[in-house]
Structure formats: structure tokens, C-alpha cells
Design a protein around this ligand. Sequence first.
Ligand code: C2O
Ligand code: CU
Length: 463
Amino acid sequence: MRKRDPADEHETPVRTHGGAPLHAPPADAGEAYRLAYAAAQPDAGRRVVAIALEASEFDWNVAPGVTFQAWGFNGQVPGPTLEAEVGDVLEIRLTNRLPEPTVVHWHGLRIPPAMDGTEMVQRPIAPGDTFTYRFRLPDAGTFWYHSHFNETVQLERGLYGALVVRSAEEPTFDHERVLVVDDVELARDGKVKPPGGWIESHDGREGSTRLVNGKQEPELTMAAGQIERWRIINAASARYLRLSIGGSPFRIVGTDGGLIGAPVPATEILLAPADRVELAVGPFAEGEIHRVETLPFNRGSFKAHRKPELFATLRVGPQAPSKARIPETLRRIEPLVTGPVEANREVRLGFTLGLKHGVEFTVNKEQHHRADPVRVGELQVWDVVNRSPVHHPFHLHGFFFQVLQVNGKPPGFLSWEDTINVAAFGSVRIAWMPDDRPGEWMYHCHILEHHAAGMMAHFAVLR
Ligand code: C2O
Ligand code: CU
């Protein structure tokens, strides 16, 4: 690794909000961290899964002859897939070997705020330092971890990975795979193109090198006659995946917050940035070849998508026996709301054209909005309203919500989510329950450039 003075390139952004640092941990953050650390104990019969992660710079090969200077965990992109069970404690010792600070967020996990991995709850981990995250895993599902610092650079260069949590009762599949989807924009010098430009700050970056598990348009093979569980994570900065497997039918079995009530047949599914989905894929016949691709999708960006774009090719090999059992009832999800309900808050996503910084993205007309607190045990019904001509994936940290309405209509099925797309000039009504994890939380648009340009809010959960 080249030696550099980190101060040359990036400075820790400290913007202020009426004199107070905009993103800074509260004075009692150290104490909250120690309490959360000590409280993280595995359930009876479960264990502590201890993992060392090192964030560093290395050369990463995506295709024959195509290598870029990546930033990643443990020398790979994506970082290692972390696997554990509900009731386990995950203990991650993270060492920062990058030339700049970092923090790591555990996307989708209902953990104490002190372990959430943002600048609101901890000081960034300086180059050379180690920080240990420790928390109990309360839910089964497909989650991910990623840098939550200078994201348009750090996440884009590869600082992300998958986290799979299993429960004692899972449907039986013949095989399972985790597919982390991303796109990067590589410059000629083998580096990831630095962020920039007016269009990119408006649209978010969509890279032309399309990756699945860190490889460019790889080939996947599966056996004929079998049914696989595909856990798919959209780790891209801004790209929406309107995912199709050559148009062939599959079944949706899970979303952000784990299994849904019953399998839902589909031939395509939309994954906004940060969305996850679990699919039952197959059975296919030997010799079939399918394009795992994204179909054209208009999210209001300047850059239009008129053709499907390939992410991977699926080849079906010789027949193998199947032991897959996917029950008609996967799980019981209790609705948070039954019958009519009024929203008790409106979250307005908007943008303005600033003179100084180009596009400014806002929540309730404010960049880096300070939102009202919520109280533990008080049901939240929020209308997330998009006042802009582009789509925004709304992400709430630390809590799952249920979607009550999308543009005024109930969604196709009940699920637990932490990320939901809010269409251009559209709206989504969500319900969520603040459980007893008081502290500082946030929500934001998961298009990294929009988040960076101010489309985020922080708020307190109070007892
Ligand atoms: Cu995956 Cu604050 O984000
Ligand atoms: Cu956005």
C-alpha cells in the first residue's frame, strides 16, 4: 500500500447545526457502549461468534485482466459472509488499515444504538485503530454490513459484506447462495472513479462494471431439478435492480426482515439500493441458460435505462435429486395495524438547487434534518412523501417497519422491511414500533449521493 497522509485527501466532515456538531456522538456514548457490550449475551445453548475484520486497500480482480484498487474487508470484495443463528452474539473486532477513518453499520439489525455503527453513536475509527462491535442477533434474515463513513468513496470501493442469520425453523432448500450485487465505475488507471459531477450528485453513481459477489458478470451453475435459496443484496450506490432470471418464474420467500408469510410467485422483483430479497429459484431443466439481469427501469434519473443489463449468466447442469420442502406457510407476521389509521408524522423527501453545492437533498426542507423524538412503545405511523421527480429508497436504522400503503394502496403482501422505495412524487405509509432501545437513530435515502447531500434525519428514541 502506498503511504499517504490521510489529511491530504479527506478531512473528517464536521458541519454544524446551530453550533452543535452535525454528526457527533453524545457525551455519554462511551458509557452506552460499555453497557451495550456487557449486555450482549448469547441465549441458552447459543454461542459467541467472534470475527476479526480488517478494512484495507488491495488490488481486486473482477475479470481476466480487470483489476482495481479496492477498499474492502479481509482482502476481498465483498467482505466475508458472516453467518450465525438467532440468539448468537456477534463480536466483530474491526481494525482500520485504511488511510482515513471509518465506521461500520450493521444494516437491518435490531441492535442497541451504541452498536449501530454511525457517527451519531461513535467516534470514527482512526487509521490503525481497532473497535469491537458486540451484539446479540435477534432476527433471522439476510442483512449486510457496510462502511457508514465517506460512503460515496468507501462503500463504492468495496467496503461491504453479507450477514446471514438463521433460525431453528427454516424451509429446506437443495442449495443456498448469497448474491451481493454492485456496480462500480472504473477509471483507466485501475482506480474507482472518484465521486463528482452535477449529474452524478443528482442521479447517484451507476457504474458500468456490473458485479455479483465481486466478479464481473460471472457464470453461475445449478443442478437441474433442484430448488435453491437465493439471498440477494443490492449493494450498489444508486442502481435499482429490476431483477429477472431470464423471465422464468420464481417465488419470493423473504424480504429485508426475513421470511414473509407465504411464498409469492413472480417473474421479476425490484430491489432498490440496500434492499434484500430471498427467492426460491428453480427447478430448471438441464441445458437451460438464463440471463440474470436488470430490466429497464425509470427512476427519474438523467441517465436512462432502455435495455436490460446483464449481471450474471445461469447455466443449468445435470439433474440432481431434490430434498427441497417449502411450506405454504413460512411464518406468521402479526400486523402492527389493523383497520384504518391516521399517520402521526409526515416525512417529506425533497430537493433544492443550491447555488454553492449544486443539488441539495432534504428531509422536511432541511439537509441533515433533526426530527422530533419518538417514545418507546408508541406506535409510529409515518407517511413518507416524495416531493421530487426521482425515486428514493427510504431506510430506517435499527427497526423494522411494515408497509401499510404504497401510493395509497395496500402492498401485495405483509412483510418486515428496513428499506422501501418511495417513487417519484409518490408516497409510502409505514408503521413501526419503537421497542426499548432508547438513543440516537437515523433514517435516510440509501442512494449514497443523496444521503451525503443531506437527505437524512436523526432523531431520538426516548423512554
Ligand atoms: Cu445501509 Cu445508514 O445504511
Ligand atoms: Cu434519494
